[in-house]
Write a protein that binds this ligand. Sequence first.
Ligand code: PEP
Ligand code: MG
Length: 324
Amino acid sequence: RRNELRKLIDQPTVSRDGHHVELAANIGSVEDLQKVLANGAEGIGLFRTEFLYMGRSALPSEEEQFQVYKHVLERMNNKPVVIRTLDIGGDKELPYMKLPAESNPFLGLRAVRLCLDRPELFRTQLRALLRASAYGNLKIMFPMIAVADELRKAKALFQEEKERLVQEGIQVSDTIEVGIMIEIPAAALAADSLAKEVDFFSIGTNDLIQYTMAADRMNENVAYLYQPCHPSILRLIRMVIQAAKQEGKWVGMCGEMAGDETAIPILLGLGLHEFSMSASSILPARALIKGLSREEWAAHTDQILSMSTQESIHTFVKEKTRSE
Ligand code: PEP
Ligand code: MG
């Protein structure tokens, strides 16, 4: 089976009925790139930049960040690279930043909320990203957007830094796409209006499930509620995909669910464009998708989304994939 999979390394990901989707990788550091390239990723769908900020005693400088982003873009050789701005807070802490203690950190000042609260922190990262954009196919993504106002503020800071760099004569790409993660139920429900203000969406199911089910993604006691294929979650995902398509924008997924073999046929049928996962899941996912008909799975979606439990959906998918 390993040898069969290796043959797929340089192949595009095309369903049995001829629809192309993109399989990208999630990375957390430069060290992950070797695996990404060795597993035939078509791009990077999520670079979690918080690891640049963690395990040290002071903030990384603009120059240091620039070097890292540039390196990743160059190694990926013009393949798309989605870099997510700082997503700190929640379970990820930065002792040197002296963040306020919060009783519900996952519902507190995290990610883009923190970045908008500390604009200098955010501007430094945006400048590093803008400078790196000249070296590849960069897309920038803001995490934890709940309302349009946060997106507008983040975009305004991005635009200001871009203009400043251009005035300084520094080379900046003119085609950087700007997108957001959809990982808060409010954003999924308002995806139709948010879609007008972005170039793309990436669905962060790790948090979207946690917030929809009101169940901490780390808490074993409520792990039974963590159900990627629950109809509630699938309905939100369908809303997001349809909203993006309505506006002609592309939509990916970078939560764990994107690499889940039971979820993939459903997501393909819903019309997801890009699946971003850990590098080791890419070749198995490509092999799976090559055997699936997107049109057939699209025809199943109404039935799947009308089921009442994750269990019945799992059973349905297993039976259908076995008979394909
Ligand atoms: C997510 O929430 O699905 C996601 C991809 O982001 P993270 O796991 O870093 O919160
Ligand atoms: Mg998240």
